[in-house]
Design a protein around this ligand. Structure first.
Ligand code: COA
Length: 570
């Protein structure tokens, strides 16, 4: 079938659906929901058999849904309606939630149901539930809807006939529903409210007497203070006391600014708070804010880096580099790099880079420092001599983050993850992280160039198929971690472990003699220098729009196939 994805943005859910549908032989094109007339034009050009709307912020116009079946993905159970579905589900502590695929009609979210899926709720941020449970359930429900559609005999069911417990209309959640009362709210309540608003819109509050929105909250088990008081800082996070404990705030967005690490957004004020550094890489036994942590299971070393949104600033790269050097000294055989729960890594930290220019510094200089810090970290990984390294990608990864992973000896990804191993979407960025060394040896020169040129997302099975990763592991995040550990133990128990290490060092020595890593780095960085400091500002413009979330004014041509020159309806 020809399927048009009509969407507000090409977000991770949309990417996953595009890839899954493409894999099943459907012809997919994407149109961003910019204006009714543009949507109508897209439908006329592509003449789709079916329209799917994975992520919309407005209604589909009658001119489209009255002529063509349009399936809308709603992140709620049947009967639920409204634009704050997940926010209310978290706020109301719903034990079970779901995704419904319904047919667009005049009344929003009220159309008949083609399929739905439910899942147990997890205590996590809205965006984490969206990227994991919702994406998984939506994929299943969309695929089932398609079977129903293709059968030509299925009649979608009225919502009232299906309504499951808790499914009802909800008004849009307002900041007044979200607001915190630090004199009364306990830690659980503060966490729930911030998580229900994370990544967007955040909870409106004040820090140091300045209005801002709060994101990225973590519980603290031991430190205490008077309710509402800011009592400490650690690296990029600030600690604020609740009535029964305290909560770390990792990120904030001040008015008219962008989302930033809290201690950076309030740099001078935060400097006056007591620093409560952890002074260890070992994972703490009780809850606290620890973005980099290490644990061991027998001869397996496990390094976690829980960086918000997978973005890695210069300082985070340097700290992770220190942790990696330390972990390499441990008497282990396997070093697992786990990344964070939702993202493995998304490369250099575009918001922190943008912030450099806001603070009258230079975004170009900060980009340069950041990419060099990423490269130093990547180099340290490539040069691991005593352990076998494994990137265990439980969450999505993009741009330089994918090549940081590829610097490991093995890359194992969870089946549900989406990878974007290319850079060009960010203003034609050339990219570094030794990708010119790491990618062609897996995919060949042509394969590497094709990935960079096509700039399409890859599901984990696709990435396995082309050889970008080495294993694709089924299951949710917990099952993935169990399986990763099982596989790592098998690798560590290999009777030929010493032989494997010798072969890896020999392969590296040979590669180095053909072309040293320093030459790859130099060539990549000479291109990056042009991106950052050259006359073409595309990267700076693209980054600015990305961090400020400027609404799209057209659909990129590599997604809107129906807008290709010479496109004719087959
Ligand atoms: N720096 C800062 N923030 C980043 C980031 C980065 N490198 N990559 C992603 N983010 C943030 C997004 O701004 C968004 O923030 P929000 O919480 O305020 O909404 C959040 O992470 C999730 O990103 P989103 O784009 O919604 O996720 P996705 O899963 O739909 O898409 C990517 C994933 C990787 C395709 C997309 O995030 C992307 O293109 N990132 C930029 C990658 C890049 O160019 N890095 C620099 C070169 S190495």
């Amino acid at each position: 079938m020809r399927i048009l994805l009509l969407t507000h943005a090409f977000n991770s859910l949309c990417q996953r659906l595009a890839a899954e549908l493409g894999l099943r032989g459907h012809e997919i094109s994407v149109e961003f929901d910019i204006a009714d007339s543009v949507n109508e034009e897209a439908v006329a050009l592509f003449a789709p058999d079916l329209i799917i709307a994975p992520y919309l912020r407005r209604a589909i116009p009658r001119s489209i849904w009255s002529r063509q079946v349009c399936l809308v993905v709603h992140p709620g159970i049947p009967g639920d309606r409204g634009p704050s579905a997940l926010d209310w589900a978290i706020e109301e502590d719903q034990p079970v939630w779901g995704v419904t695929v319904l047919q667009a009609q005049a009344e929003l979210d009220a159309g008949p149901v083609w399929a739905y899926e439910t899942f147990p709720m997890r205590r996590a941020t809205k965006s984490s539930i969206y990227r994991n449970e919702v994406t998984q359930a939506a994929t299943k429900a969309v695929l089932r809807s398609l079977e129903h559609f293709e059968s030509q005999v299925f009649t979608p069911q009225r919502q009232s006939a299906l309504r499951v417990r808790g499914g009802r209309a909800h008004r849009p959640m307002q900041q007044s529903d979200r607001c915190l009362d630090w004199q009364r709210d306990d830690t659980a309540k503060v966490l729930r409210k911030i998580r229900a608003a994370d990544g967007f819109p955040g909870v409106m509050d004040e820090l140091f007497g300045t209005p801002c929105r709060l994101f990225d909250a973590w519980p603290e088990a031991t430190l205490r203070g008077p309710a509402g008081a800011l009592i400490a800082r650690r690296e990029t996070a600030l600690l604020r006391a609740t009535t029964d404990g305290a909560v770390w705030i990792g990120h904030v967005k001040r008015d008219n600014s962008i989302k930033l690490p809290a201690a950076l957004a309030f740099e001078p004020e935060a400097a006056n708070l007591p620093q409560r550094a952890l002074c260890t890489w070992w994972r703490t036994p009780t809850p606290t804010w620890q973005d980099i942590s290490y644990e061991e299971d027998g001869n397996i070393g496990i390094l976690h880096f829980e960086f918000y949104n997978g973005a890695m600033s210069t300082i985070q790269c340097s700290r992770l580099h220190e942790a990696l050097k330390w972990a390499k000294q441990r008497p282990t055989r396997i070093l697992l790099l786990m990344g964070g729960t939702d993202h493995w890594s998304n490369g250099i930290h575009l918001n922190v880079i943008e912030a450099a220019s806001l603070a009258h510094g230079s975004a170009a200089e900060e980009s340069w420092r950041n990419i060099n810090a990423m490269n130093d970290l990547t180099l340290e990984l490539i040069n691991t001599e005593h352990q076998i390294t494994v990137a265990a990608m439980g969450g999505n990864s993009g741009a330089g983050g994918c090549f940081l992973a590829r610097a490991c000896d093995h890359v194992w990804a969870r089946e549900a993850t989406v990878l974007n191993p290319h850079y060009k979407n960010m203003g034609n960025l050339y990219g570094s992280e030794y990708w010119t060394y790491l990618l062609p040896r897996r995919l060949g020169e042509d394969g590497a160039q094709a990935i960079m040129r096509r700039r399409q997302p890859l599901t984990a099975p696709q990435a396995l198929d082309i050889g970008f990763i080495d294993a694709c592991i089924l299951g949710d995040v917990l099952a993935f971690r169990r399986d990763v550990l099982r596989r790592a133990k098998r690798l560590a128990a290999d009777t030929n472990f010493a032989g494997i290490i010798t072969a890896k060092l020999e392969a590296r020595r040979q590669d180095e003699s053909v072309k040293p890593l320093s030459a790859y780095r130099e060539a990549e960085l000479s291109q990056m220098r042009r991106n950052f400091f050259g006359f073409d500002p595309s990267y700076h413009v693209a980054r600015h729009h990305f961090v400020y979330k400027s609404p799209a004014s057209w659909t990129p041509r590599h997604l809107a196939r129906h807008r290709d020159l010479g496109w004719v309806v087959p």
